[in-house]
Ligand binder design. Structure first.
Ligand code: ASP
Length: 458
Protein backbone atom coordinates (compact mmCIF):
# COMPACT_ATOMS: atom_id res chain seq x y z
CA UNK A 1 0.00 0.00 0.00
CA UNK A 2 1.38 3.47 -0.85
CA UNK A 3 2.07 5.75 2.11
CA UNK A 4 -0.92 7.95 2.85
CA UNK A 5 -0.99 11.65 3.53
CA UNK A 6 -2.91 12.59 6.67
CA UNK A 7 -4.79 15.85 6.14
CA UNK A 8 -6.36 17.69 9.03
CA UNK A 9 -8.84 20.50 8.38
CA UNK A 10 -9.47 22.96 11.20
CA UNK A 11 -12.70 24.70 12.18
CA UNK A 12 -12.40 27.61 9.74
CA UNK A 13 -11.77 25.15 6.86
CA UNK A 14 -15.06 23.36 7.52
CA UNK A 15 -17.19 26.25 8.76
CA UNK A 16 -19.61 26.42 5.81
CA UNK A 17 -20.50 24.73 2.54
CA UNK A 18 -18.11 26.89 0.50
CA UNK A 19 -15.21 25.90 2.72
CA UNK A 20 -16.16 22.21 2.65
CA UNK A 21 -16.15 22.33 -1.15
CA UNK A 22 -12.57 23.67 -0.98
CA UNK A 23 -11.70 20.75 1.30
CA UNK A 24 -13.22 18.31 -1.18
CA UNK A 25 -11.15 19.73 -4.03
CA UNK A 26 -7.99 19.48 -1.97
CA UNK A 27 -8.72 15.87 -1.00
CA UNK A 28 -9.67 14.89 -4.54
CA UNK A 29 -6.51 16.40 -6.01
CA UNK A 30 -4.18 13.78 -4.48
CA UNK A 31 -5.16 10.09 -4.17
CA UNK A 32 -2.73 9.67 -1.28
CA UNK A 33 -4.94 11.87 0.91
CA UNK A 34 -6.70 8.88 2.42
CA UNK A 35 -6.96 9.91 6.08
CA UNK A 36 -8.87 13.11 6.61
CA UNK A 37 -9.27 14.44 10.15
CA UNK A 38 -11.88 17.13 10.65
CA UNK A 39 -12.71 19.64 13.37
CA UNK A 40 -16.16 20.86 14.32
CA UNK A 41 -17.40 23.84 12.28
CA UNK A 42 -15.66 27.05 13.29
CA UNK A 43 -17.30 30.29 14.37
CA UNK A 44 -20.97 30.75 13.54
CA UNK A 45 -21.91 34.09 11.97
CA UNK A 46 -24.61 34.94 14.52
CA UNK A 47 -22.72 34.72 17.81
CA UNK A 48 -19.17 34.50 16.45
CA UNK A 49 -18.50 31.43 18.59
CA UNK A 50 -17.13 28.03 17.67
CA UNK A 51 -19.66 25.19 17.57
CA UNK A 52 -17.55 23.40 20.20
CA UNK A 53 -18.00 26.38 22.54
CA UNK A 54 -21.74 26.33 22.00
CA UNK A 55 -21.78 22.62 22.84
CA UNK A 56 -19.77 23.19 26.02
CA UNK A 57 -22.20 25.97 26.87
CA UNK A 58 -25.09 23.51 26.63
CA UNK A 59 -23.26 20.96 28.79
CA UNK A 60 -22.51 23.50 31.51
CA UNK A 61 -26.01 25.00 31.58
CA UNK A 62 -24.78 28.30 30.22
CA UNK A 63 -21.72 28.70 32.45
CA UNK A 64 -19.26 28.53 29.60
CA UNK A 65 -20.25 31.89 28.18
CA UNK A 66 -21.57 33.37 31.41
CA UNK A 67 -18.06 33.13 32.82
CA UNK A 68 -16.65 35.02 29.87
CA UNK A 69 -19.53 37.54 29.91
CA UNK A 70 -20.62 36.60 26.43
CA UNK A 71 -24.17 36.48 25.18
CA UNK A 72 -25.51 33.06 24.13
CA UNK A 73 -27.82 31.26 26.53
CA UNK A 74 -28.22 27.49 26.51
CA UNK A 75 -31.26 27.75 24.23
CA UNK A 76 -29.37 30.03 21.85
CA UNK A 77 -26.37 27.70 21.78
CA UNK A 78 -28.65 24.77 21.06
CA UNK A 79 -30.21 26.66 18.18
CA UNK A 80 -26.76 27.74 16.92
CA UNK A 81 -25.64 24.07 16.77
CA UNK A 82 -28.79 22.75 15.14
CA UNK A 83 -29.03 25.76 12.83
CA UNK A 84 -25.43 25.27 11.69
CA UNK A 85 -25.93 21.61 10.79
CA UNK A 86 -29.32 22.34 9.22
CA UNK A 87 -27.83 24.93 6.91
CA UNK A 88 -24.78 22.82 6.08
CA UNK A 89 -27.06 19.92 5.21
CA UNK A 90 -29.16 22.10 2.96
CA UNK A 91 -26.27 23.95 1.31
CA UNK A 92 -24.43 20.68 0.62
CA UNK A 93 -27.66 19.00 -0.50
CA UNK A 94 -27.26 15.97 1.80
CA UNK A 95 -30.60 16.26 3.64
CA UNK A 96 -31.47 12.60 3.07
CA UNK A 97 -28.15 11.22 4.24
CA UNK A 98 -27.51 13.29 7.37
CA UNK A 99 -28.95 12.10 10.73
CA UNK A 100 -30.20 15.42 12.10
CA UNK A 101 -32.66 13.62 14.40
CA UNK A 102 -29.80 11.69 15.99
CA UNK A 103 -27.98 14.96 16.71
CA UNK A 104 -31.17 16.43 18.19
CA UNK A 105 -31.54 13.33 20.41
CA UNK A 106 -27.92 13.60 21.53
CA UNK A 107 -28.49 17.20 22.59
CA UNK A 108 -31.33 15.95 24.84
CA UNK A 109 -29.77 12.68 25.95
CA UNK A 110 -26.55 14.30 27.13
CA UNK A 111 -28.42 15.85 30.07
CA UNK A 112 -28.87 12.37 31.55
CA UNK A 113 -25.12 12.05 32.15
CA UNK A 114 -24.59 12.81 35.82
CA UNK A 115 -20.83 13.39 35.90
CA UNK A 116 -20.18 16.96 34.67
CA UNK A 117 -16.83 16.13 33.04
CA UNK A 118 -18.26 13.17 31.16
CA UNK A 119 -21.27 15.23 30.17
CA UNK A 120 -19.06 18.06 28.86
CA UNK A 121 -16.91 15.60 26.92
CA UNK A 122 -19.99 14.00 25.38
CA UNK A 123 -21.44 17.32 24.24
CA UNK A 124 -18.12 18.79 23.07
CA UNK A 125 -17.45 15.74 20.89
CA UNK A 126 -20.71 16.11 18.95
CA UNK A 127 -19.35 18.91 16.74
CA UNK A 128 -16.55 16.76 15.31
CA UNK A 129 -18.70 13.62 15.18
CA UNK A 130 -21.54 15.08 13.15
CA UNK A 131 -19.28 17.18 10.99
CA UNK A 132 -17.34 14.06 9.96
CA UNK A 133 -20.63 12.34 9.09
CA UNK A 134 -21.81 15.33 7.12
CA UNK A 135 -18.57 15.69 5.16
CA UNK A 136 -18.60 11.95 4.42
CA UNK A 137 -22.14 12.19 3.02
CA UNK A 138 -21.13 15.15 0.90
CA UNK A 139 -18.01 13.48 -0.50
CA UNK A 140 -20.04 10.32 -1.23
CA UNK A 141 -22.71 12.38 -3.00
CA UNK A 142 -19.94 13.60 -5.30
CA UNK A 143 -18.87 10.06 -6.13
CA UNK A 144 -15.90 9.82 -3.75
CA UNK A 145 -15.22 6.60 -1.88
CA UNK A 146 -15.45 8.23 1.56
CA UNK A 147 -16.44 6.57 4.82
CA UNK A 148 -16.86 8.02 8.29
CA UNK A 149 -14.51 6.34 10.77
CA UNK A 150 -15.83 7.18 14.21
CA UNK A 151 -13.46 6.87 17.19
CA UNK A 152 -16.03 4.85 19.17
CA UNK A 153 -16.29 2.35 16.29
CA UNK A 154 -12.65 1.77 15.33
CA UNK A 155 -11.27 2.26 18.85
CA UNK A 156 -9.48 5.56 19.32
CA UNK A 157 -8.78 4.74 22.94
CA UNK A 158 -8.06 7.47 25.48
CA UNK A 159 -7.27 7.12 29.17
CA UNK A 160 -9.94 7.93 31.75
CA UNK A 161 -9.47 11.71 31.95
CA UNK A 162 -12.73 12.89 30.36
CA UNK A 163 -11.60 16.42 29.50
CA UNK A 164 -7.91 15.90 28.81
CA UNK A 165 -7.63 12.35 27.54
CA UNK A 166 -4.32 10.83 26.52
CA UNK A 167 -4.11 8.57 23.50
CA UNK A 168 -3.41 4.93 24.39
CA UNK A 169 -1.04 2.84 22.24
CA UNK A 170 -3.71 0.34 21.14
CA UNK A 171 -5.31 3.20 19.19
CA UNK A 172 -2.42 2.98 16.73
CA UNK A 173 -3.13 -0.68 15.91
CA UNK A 174 -6.81 0.14 15.54
CA UNK A 175 -6.04 2.98 13.12
CA UNK A 176 -3.93 0.60 11.02
CA UNK A 177 -6.86 -1.82 10.78
CA UNK A 178 -9.05 0.77 9.01
CA UNK A 179 -6.52 1.46 6.24
CA UNK A 180 -7.01 0.38 2.67
CA UNK A 181 -5.75 1.62 -0.67
CA UNK A 182 -9.02 2.96 -2.05
CA UNK A 183 -11.14 4.38 0.80
CA UNK A 184 -10.95 7.91 2.07
CA UNK A 185 -11.32 7.74 5.86
CA UNK A 186 -13.06 10.75 7.36
CA UNK A 187 -12.10 10.80 11.03
CA UNK A 188 -13.56 13.23 13.56
CA UNK A 189 -10.78 14.82 15.58
CA UNK A 190 -10.70 15.82 19.24
CA UNK A 191 -12.40 12.86 20.89
CA UNK A 192 -12.05 9.21 21.62
CA UNK A 193 -13.45 6.55 23.86
CA UNK A 194 -12.23 5.17 27.18
CA UNK A 195 -11.85 1.46 28.06
CA UNK A 196 -15.18 1.86 29.91
CA UNK A 197 -16.92 3.00 26.77
CA UNK A 198 -17.28 6.65 27.83
CA UNK A 199 -16.63 9.51 25.43
CA UNK A 200 -13.53 11.54 26.38
CA UNK A 201 -11.99 14.55 24.67
CA UNK A 202 -8.44 15.73 24.16
CA UNK A 203 -7.44 19.23 25.21
CA UNK A 204 -8.84 22.18 23.22
CA UNK A 205 -7.58 22.29 19.65
CA UNK A 206 -7.18 18.51 19.98
CA UNK A 207 -8.07 17.61 16.38
CA UNK A 208 -4.44 18.42 15.62
CA UNK A 209 -3.51 15.72 18.11
CA UNK A 210 -5.83 13.14 16.59
CA UNK A 211 -4.25 13.77 13.20
CA UNK A 212 -0.74 13.57 14.67
CA UNK A 213 -1.57 10.14 16.13
CA UNK A 214 -3.10 8.94 12.86
CA UNK A 215 0.01 10.12 10.99
CA UNK A 216 2.21 8.26 13.46
CA UNK A 217 0.11 5.08 13.27
CA UNK A 218 0.13 4.84 9.47
CA UNK A 219 3.70 6.18 9.18
CA UNK A 220 2.34 8.88 6.90
CA UNK A 221 4.24 10.42 4.01
CA UNK A 222 3.36 13.72 5.66
CA UNK A 223 0.86 15.32 7.99
CA UNK A 224 -0.88 18.26 6.37
CA UNK A 225 -2.44 20.74 8.76
CA UNK A 226 -4.86 22.84 6.71
CA UNK A 227 -5.86 26.10 8.31
CA UNK A 228 -6.58 29.73 7.40
CA UNK A 229 -3.03 31.04 7.29
CA UNK A 230 -0.35 30.55 4.64
CA UNK A 231 2.03 28.93 7.12
CA UNK A 232 4.37 30.04 9.86
CA UNK A 233 5.58 33.60 9.36
CA UNK A 234 9.00 35.09 10.13
CA UNK A 235 7.26 37.42 12.59
CA UNK A 236 3.64 38.09 13.49
CA UNK A 237 2.22 39.46 10.19
CA UNK A 238 -0.43 41.46 12.04
CA UNK A 239 2.32 43.76 13.25
CA UNK A 240 5.02 43.22 10.61
CA UNK A 241 3.22 43.45 7.28
CA UNK A 242 6.37 42.51 5.32
CA UNK A 243 6.83 39.21 7.19
CA UNK A 244 7.11 36.23 4.82
CA UNK A 245 6.13 32.59 5.26
CA UNK A 246 9.03 30.40 6.41
CA UNK A 247 9.35 27.50 3.95
CA UNK A 248 11.18 25.05 6.24
CA UNK A 249 11.60 24.90 10.00
CA UNK A 250 12.74 22.22 12.41
CA UNK A 251 10.61 21.02 15.31
CA UNK A 252 13.10 22.64 17.63
CA UNK A 253 12.90 26.01 15.89
CA UNK A 254 9.13 26.14 15.95
CA UNK A 255 9.17 25.36 19.67
CA UNK A 256 11.53 28.26 20.24
CA UNK A 257 9.28 30.54 18.25
CA UNK A 258 6.17 29.45 20.08
CA UNK A 259 4.18 32.38 21.38
CA UNK A 260 1.11 34.30 20.30
CA UNK A 261 1.09 34.66 16.52
CA UNK A 262 3.16 31.50 16.03
CA UNK A 263 0.72 29.11 17.66
CA UNK A 264 -0.82 27.85 14.48
CA UNK A 265 -1.21 24.34 15.77
CA UNK A 266 -1.17 22.19 18.89
CA UNK A 267 2.44 21.47 19.85
CA UNK A 268 1.69 18.12 21.46
CA UNK A 269 0.72 16.98 17.98
CA UNK A 270 4.34 17.25 16.91
CA UNK A 271 5.70 14.75 19.37
CA UNK A 272 4.62 11.56 17.61
CA UNK A 273 5.45 12.96 14.17
CA UNK A 274 8.92 13.93 15.33
CA UNK A 275 9.47 10.42 16.66
CA UNK A 276 8.76 8.90 13.22
CA UNK A 277 10.36 11.78 11.25
CA UNK A 278 7.04 12.63 9.60
CA UNK A 279 7.07 16.17 8.16
CA UNK A 280 4.21 18.47 9.14
CA UNK A 281 3.02 20.83 6.45
CA UNK A 282 1.01 23.88 7.58
CA UNK A 283 -1.15 25.00 4.65
CA UNK A 284 -3.96 27.37 3.80
CA UNK A 285 -7.30 25.85 2.69
CA UNK A 286 -8.14 29.14 0.98
CA UNK A 287 -4.85 29.22 -0.98
CA UNK A 288 -4.08 25.59 -1.81
CA UNK A 289 -1.45 26.61 -4.38
CA UNK A 290 0.79 27.99 -1.64
CA UNK A 291 3.29 25.44 -0.35
CA UNK A 292 3.01 26.55 3.29
CA UNK A 293 5.58 25.73 5.96
CA UNK A 294 7.23 22.33 6.35
CA UNK A 295 8.23 21.35 9.86
CA UNK A 296 11.00 18.77 9.80
CA UNK A 297 13.39 16.91 12.08
CA UNK A 298 16.37 18.38 10.30
CA UNK A 299 17.12 21.01 7.69
CA UNK A 300 20.13 22.65 6.12
CA UNK A 301 20.67 26.02 7.85
CA UNK A 302 20.69 28.32 4.85
CA UNK A 303 20.38 31.55 6.80
CA UNK A 304 21.05 33.03 10.26
CA UNK A 305 17.74 34.10 11.74
CA UNK A 306 14.67 32.29 10.43
CA UNK A 307 11.99 33.90 12.62
CA UNK A 308 11.52 36.41 15.40
CA UNK A 309 8.95 35.98 18.14
CA UNK A 310 7.76 38.37 20.81
CA UNK A 311 6.42 37.44 24.23
CA UNK A 312 4.28 40.28 25.53
CA UNK A 313 2.99 41.06 28.97
CA UNK A 314 5.96 39.83 30.96
CA UNK A 315 7.29 40.91 34.34
CA UNK A 316 10.39 40.05 36.32
CA UNK A 317 11.07 39.60 39.99
CA UNK A 318 14.54 40.92 40.75
CA UNK A 319 16.52 40.02 43.91
CA UNK A 320 19.88 41.11 45.30
CA UNK A 321 21.67 39.43 48.18
CA UNK A 322 25.28 39.72 49.31
CA UNK A 323 27.30 36.61 48.48
CA UNK A 324 24.31 35.07 46.64
CA UNK A 325 26.85 33.80 44.12
CA UNK A 326 28.33 31.42 46.72
CA UNK A 327 25.03 30.20 48.19
CA UNK A 328 24.23 26.69 47.09
CA UNK A 329 20.53 26.10 46.60
CA UNK A 330 19.37 29.75 46.56
CA UNK A 331 18.09 29.61 42.98
CA UNK A 332 16.51 26.21 43.55
CA UNK A 333 14.65 27.56 46.59
CA UNK A 334 13.53 30.63 44.65
CA UNK A 335 12.17 28.60 41.75
CA UNK A 336 10.44 26.26 44.18
CA UNK A 337 8.45 29.22 45.51
CA UNK A 338 7.27 30.00 41.97
CA UNK A 339 6.40 26.33 41.54
CA UNK A 340 4.28 26.43 44.70
CA UNK A 341 2.24 29.23 43.10
CA UNK A 342 2.02 27.19 39.89
CA UNK A 343 3.79 29.93 37.94
CA UNK A 344 5.67 29.08 34.78
CA UNK A 345 9.10 30.77 34.77
CA UNK A 346 10.74 31.77 31.47
CA UNK A 347 14.28 33.12 31.98
CA UNK A 348 16.61 33.53 34.95
CA UNK A 349 19.34 36.03 34.07
CA UNK A 350 21.91 36.33 36.88
CA UNK A 351 24.95 38.34 37.91
CA UNK A 352 27.19 37.36 40.79
CA UNK A 353 24.90 38.54 43.57
CA UNK A 354 21.58 39.10 41.89
CA UNK A 355 18.99 37.20 39.90
CA UNK A 356 15.81 38.01 37.98
CA UNK A 357 13.00 35.59 37.20
CA UNK A 358 10.84 36.34 34.19
CA UNK A 359 7.20 35.35 34.28
CA UNK A 360 3.95 36.16 32.57
CA UNK A 361 2.53 39.25 34.26
CA UNK A 362 -0.98 37.77 34.40
CA UNK A 363 0.31 35.00 36.66
CA UNK A 364 1.14 37.58 39.32
CA UNK A 365 -2.36 39.02 39.48
CA UNK A 366 -3.84 38.51 42.93
CA UNK A 367 -0.82 36.71 44.39
CA UNK A 368 2.07 39.14 44.11
CA UNK A 369 1.89 40.24 47.76
CA UNK A 370 1.88 36.66 49.03
CA UNK A 371 4.67 35.70 46.66
CA UNK A 372 6.85 38.59 47.82
CA UNK A 373 6.17 37.74 51.46
CA UNK A 374 7.17 34.12 50.90
CA UNK A 375 10.37 35.11 49.10
CA UNK A 376 11.26 37.52 51.91
CA UNK A 377 10.56 34.91 54.58
CA UNK A 378 12.42 32.05 52.93
CA UNK A 379 15.33 33.84 51.24
CA UNK A 380 15.69 37.15 53.05
CA UNK A 381 17.02 39.15 50.07
CA UNK A 382 18.76 42.52 50.64
CA UNK A 383 16.61 44.05 47.93
CA UNK A 384 13.62 42.91 45.89
CA UNK A 385 11.78 44.64 43.10
CA UNK A 386 9.10 43.59 40.62
CA UNK A 387 9.30 45.20 37.19
CA UNK A 388 6.14 45.08 35.10
CA UNK A 389 5.27 45.69 31.45
CA UNK A 390 8.18 43.89 29.88
CA UNK A 391 8.47 42.00 26.60
CA UNK A 392 10.96 39.42 25.36
CA UNK A 393 11.99 39.27 21.73
CA UNK A 394 13.46 35.95 20.58
CA UNK A 395 15.41 35.52 17.34
CA UNK A 396 15.65 31.90 16.20
CA UNK A 397 17.61 30.03 13.54
CA UNK A 398 19.80 26.93 13.31
CA UNK A 399 22.28 29.07 11.36
CA UNK A 400 22.96 31.16 14.47
CA UNK A 401 25.13 28.40 15.91
CA UNK A 402 28.69 29.65 16.10
CA UNK A 403 27.71 33.05 14.69
CA UNK A 404 28.00 35.74 17.35
CA UNK A 405 27.88 38.56 14.80
CA UNK A 406 24.09 38.41 14.50
CA UNK A 407 23.63 38.92 18.25
CA UNK A 408 26.03 41.85 18.12
CA UNK A 409 24.23 43.29 15.12
CA UNK A 410 20.88 43.00 16.90
CA UNK A 411 22.16 44.82 19.95
CA UNK A 412 23.93 47.51 18.02
CA UNK A 413 20.98 48.24 15.72
CA UNK A 414 18.67 48.59 18.72
CA UNK A 415 21.26 50.94 20.25
CA UNK A 416 21.36 53.03 17.09
CA UNK A 417 17.59 53.45 17.38
CA UNK A 418 17.88 54.35 21.09
CA UNK A 419 15.92 51.30 22.22
CA UNK A 420 16.99 50.45 25.79
CA UNK A 421 17.64 46.77 26.52
CA UNK A 422 16.78 45.28 29.93
CA UNK A 423 18.06 41.73 29.52
CA UNK A 424 20.04 39.52 27.13
CA UNK A 425 19.96 35.73 27.30
CA UNK A 426 21.46 33.04 25.10
CA UNK A 427 21.64 29.36 25.92
CA UNK A 428 24.66 27.26 24.90
CA UNK A 429 22.54 25.73 22.11
CA UNK A 430 23.21 29.09 20.38
CA UNK A 431 20.28 28.66 18.03
CA UNK A 432 18.40 31.57 19.51
CA UNK A 433 18.86 34.62 21.67
CA UNK A 434 16.44 36.62 23.77
CA UNK A 435 16.31 40.35 24.34
CA UNK A 436 14.17 41.73 27.17
CA UNK A 437 12.88 45.27 26.89
CA UNK A 438 10.03 47.47 27.99
CA UNK A 439 6.68 46.65 26.46
CA UNK A 440 6.30 50.21 25.21
CA UNK A 441 9.23 49.86 22.79
CA UNK A 442 8.78 46.18 21.89
CA UNK A 443 6.76 46.67 18.70
CA UNK A 444 9.28 49.12 17.34
CA UNK A 445 12.15 46.85 18.35
CA UNK A 446 10.78 43.77 16.59
CA UNK A 447 10.21 45.81 13.45
CA UNK A 448 13.79 47.06 13.50
CA UNK A 449 15.12 43.56 14.10
CA UNK A 450 12.95 42.11 11.34
CA UNK A 451 14.22 44.76 8.93
CA UNK A 452 17.86 44.14 9.78
CA UNK A 453 18.10 40.45 10.53
CA UNK A 454 15.58 39.12 8.03
CA UNK A 455 15.22 41.74 5.35
CA UNK A 456 18.93 42.42 5.11
CA UNK A 457 18.57 46.16 5.71
CA UNK A 458 21.88 47.66 6.86
N1 ASP B 1 -13.29 21.67 18.07
C1 ASP B 1 -12.29 21.54 19.11
C2 ASP B 1 -11.93 22.91 19.68
O1 ASP B 1 -12.53 23.89 19.31
C3 ASP B 1 -11.08 20.80 18.65
C4 ASP B 1 -10.40 21.35 17.42
O2 ASP B 1 -10.98 22.13 16.68
O3 ASP B 1 -9.25 20.96 17.19
O4 ASP B 1 -11.10 22.98 20.55
Amino acid sequence: MSRSIVSKFGGSSVADAGQIEKVRNIVASNPNRRNIVVSAPGKDPLYREKITDHLINIATDGDHFRNTRKVPTVAQSREAVLGKFRSLMKDLAVQDAFPLEELRDDLEKGHEIKNLHQKTAFYASRGERYNAMLITSYFASKGMNARACLPEDFGFILNGNALDGKVQPESHDNILKIQDETSINIIPGFYGITEDGEIAILSRGGSDLTAGEVAFAVNAEKYENWTDTNGVYEADPRFIPGARVIPRLTFKEIRLLSCRGFNVFHFDAMISCKKNKIPINIRNTNRPDEKGTLILNERVPEEGVVGIAKLDNMAYVYLEKDLLGEMIGFTAELLKIFQEYNINTYHYPTDKDDIAVLVNQDDLVGIINDLRRDIEKKLNPDYMNVVYNQAVITAVGLGLKGDSFTVMEAISVLGEHHIPIEMIDQSPSQICFHIGLQQAVADEAIKILHDHLLNGKT
